[in-house]
Design a protein around this ligand. Structure first.
Ligand code: GLU
Length: 567
């Protein structure tokens, strides 16, 4: 070693180290500050993001946080963007982004900014983390230069041994304080080992003291006190690689000018680390909205428990699509979890979209929120009852296209009848609330289509009760004399006259006054008629059903009934 090279080694700096690790990074963090300037948005305007990892799975908790993201952004005329957090390539599933985009459009939560492959929509992209490597490296390089990040050469074995001895000694596990072996290596040594080809990761150098409290504000939970972070976490897992989630999302949330971070409360304990990272760069910290765990009542124990991927099909978003819940009903169920006063607000403002709801994080439950399928059913029923017959038709049509092609075909070929069926007790002050979701519709209405009725009749038909035992000849006479009427009152007048003519009382009340005077009453004729032509003891409005089936259908069904010799 000559005198010159010795001198050079002695005066090695963080800058030399940073250059050695990132020789090709020529941009500075200021370049990126300029490239992604503060968004020119007014006071109170919010920028939110959905930042899923592309694991090919979206759960109900993801959607809850996305709905909140969306409402916060839209309610303030802000921006909601989608960021693909694909730094963990091992977990990535094919078509995962497709699934995410499809889910967002299905629920009408389409992002303002996003990226699909090379196609970037928005000024703050790329929105795919794996396409931002150079950006991250610039920011890691900066941290190395200012002495807040360093290469760590500890092998897996060393880390494992350390962990074991920490466990035996009953001390906190992790890479911190005296256990952060590589934090005090000299620059010369770091450089020498890198040059020698020793594998390394880059760690963040924490300045925190675990004994001290770290206080921050969460908009849902209020003031939170946690121990300060003192772990030197890896921010880049190996040479020239993508950074870890902790690091990448900090850089992105800053550069994409995110104002509110909405995510599951499992991230709460990492906030001291995240804020320390923001502060290492001197950046403003976004506001945090950590949403509580979704709970359900355990069917066996009756106790509250976390909704689980393993036990509960409703955990996965595919469940709602398969069941055919209208997307807005699912959104409303989530809005009700977000703020329990949502339903009341919605009743008061039936014409406003959910995005106008003044969501308040403070009003969210802090301890866990119930996601109740009964509640969803209730909201869904109400919602479907407000739709027009065409909207219901379209809803069932699009669901059946994927899940029940033969019924789909029938709906298309019998459009007029289908619309009439969906209109039963619909256009009225208190519309019928019979449909919960699209998958249940066929069972509820198939008897109104001849093809299903004649096929399923024996299966669905229940015996006539004694009360219904009215002469089949009488029913035949009614059907022969049946004439379609415009209004229900006209029709009922008609059947009452028919009843009187055949010595049946025109109302149950009159019949009850002295049953010996009559063979029965008009209600009995109606019930038997209903039963014979629908196969069911209960149905929606008989007058409307008769109109749909028509005289010809009525005769066909009656004859079929007799032929089957069911009675
Ligand atoms: N990629 C993280 C996840 O899927 C995002 C967490 C966050 O929103 O910061 O859980």
């Amino acid at each position: 070693m000559d005198a010159f090279s010795y001198k050079k080694e002695v005066f090695m700096t963080n800058h030399d180290l940073a250059e050695l690790i990132f020789p090709n990074i020529t941009k500075t963090i200021d370049d990126y500050e300029k490239q992604y300037p503060e968004r020119n948005l007014g006071e109170g305007v919010k920028v939110t993001r959905f930042a899923p990892s592309p694991t090919g799975f979206i759960h109900i908790g993801n959607l809850l946080s996305t709905v909140i993201d969306y409402v916060l952004a839209k309610n303030s005329n802000g921006i909601f963007y989608l960021r693909n957090e694909d730094t963990d390539k091992a977990r990535e599933k094919e078509n995962a982004v497709d699934l995410i985009m499809k889910t967002l459009s299905h629920y009408d939560l389409f992002p303002d900014e996003y990226q699909i492959e090379e196609e970037i929509h928005g000024e703050y992209g790329p929105y795919i983390q794996s396409k931002r490597k150079e950006i991250y490296h610039t920011f890691i390089k900066y941290l190395i230069e200012i002495g807040r990040a360093y290469p760590c050469f500890c092998t897996k074995e060393i880390l494992e041994e350390t962990r074991n001895s920490q466990e035996t000694d009953k001390v906190r596990t992790g890479y911190y304080g005296n256990y952060a072996f590589c934090r005090n290596l000299t620059i010369e040594e770091q450089i020498q080992r890198i040059k020698r080809g020793d594998p390394y990761v880059i760690r963040f150098k924490s300045l925190g003291d675990f004994e001290k409290k770290f206080i921050f504000n969460d908009l849902v939970k209020g003031k939170i006190e946690l121990p300060m972070n003192d772990q030197d976490v890896p921010i880049m897992k190996s040479d020239n690689q993508l950074p870890t989630y902790h690091f990448a999302h900090i850089v992105d949330d800053h550069l994409m000018r995110t104002t509110h971070v909405v995510r599951g409360e499992e991230w709460l304990s990492s906030v001291p680390l995240h804020i320390e990272l923001f502060q290492a760069f001197g950046w403003k910290v976004p506001k945090y909205i950590h949403i509580p765990l979704l709970l359900k009542k355990d069917e066996e124990t009756g106790n509250a428990r976390k909704i689980s991927k393993r036990k509960d099909p409703e955990f996965s978003m595919s469940y709602y699509e398969e069941k055919g819940y209208p997307s807005l009903a699912v959104i409303e169920a989530l809005m009700t979890i977000a703020n329990s006063n949502y339903e009341e607000w919605h009743q008061q403002h039936p014409d406003l979209k959910f995005t106008s709801f003044p969501f308040s994080p403070k009003k969210m439950s802090t301890s866990g929120a119930y996601f109740d399928l009964e509640k969803l059913d209730h909201l869904s029923k109400n919602y479907i009852s407000t739709l027009t017959k065409e909207e219901v038709y379209q809803g069932v049509l699009s669901w059946t296209k994927k899940y029940d092609p033969s019924f789909h075909k029938l709906l298309k070929s019998e459009k007029e009848r289908s619309l009439a069926i969906f209109n039963i007790e619909r256009e009225q002050k208190k519309p019928r609330k019979d449909f919960i979701n699209w998958s249940g519709v066929k069972n509820q209405i198939s008897y109104l289509y001849d093809s299903y009725f004649f096929e399923d009749y024996e299966k669905t038909y229940q015996d006539l009760t004694e009360e219904e035992e009215i002469e089949m000849d009488l029913l035949k006479a009614y059907i022969d004399s049946y004439q379609e009427k415009e209004s229900e009152s006209e029709w009922f007048e008609d059947i009452k006259n028919f009843a009187i003519h055949h010595n049946y009382a025109p109302s149950p009340k009159i019949y009850q006054e002295d049953p010996t005077l009559y063979k029965g009453h008009v209600g009995m004729i109606c019930e038997t008629l209903r039963h014979v032509i629908t196969g069911k003891k209960e149905s929606p409005n008989l007058f409307q059903i008769l109109k749909i089936i028509g005289k010809e259908g009525l005769i066909k069904r009656f004859e079929f009934f007799q032929k089957q010799n069911l009675k």
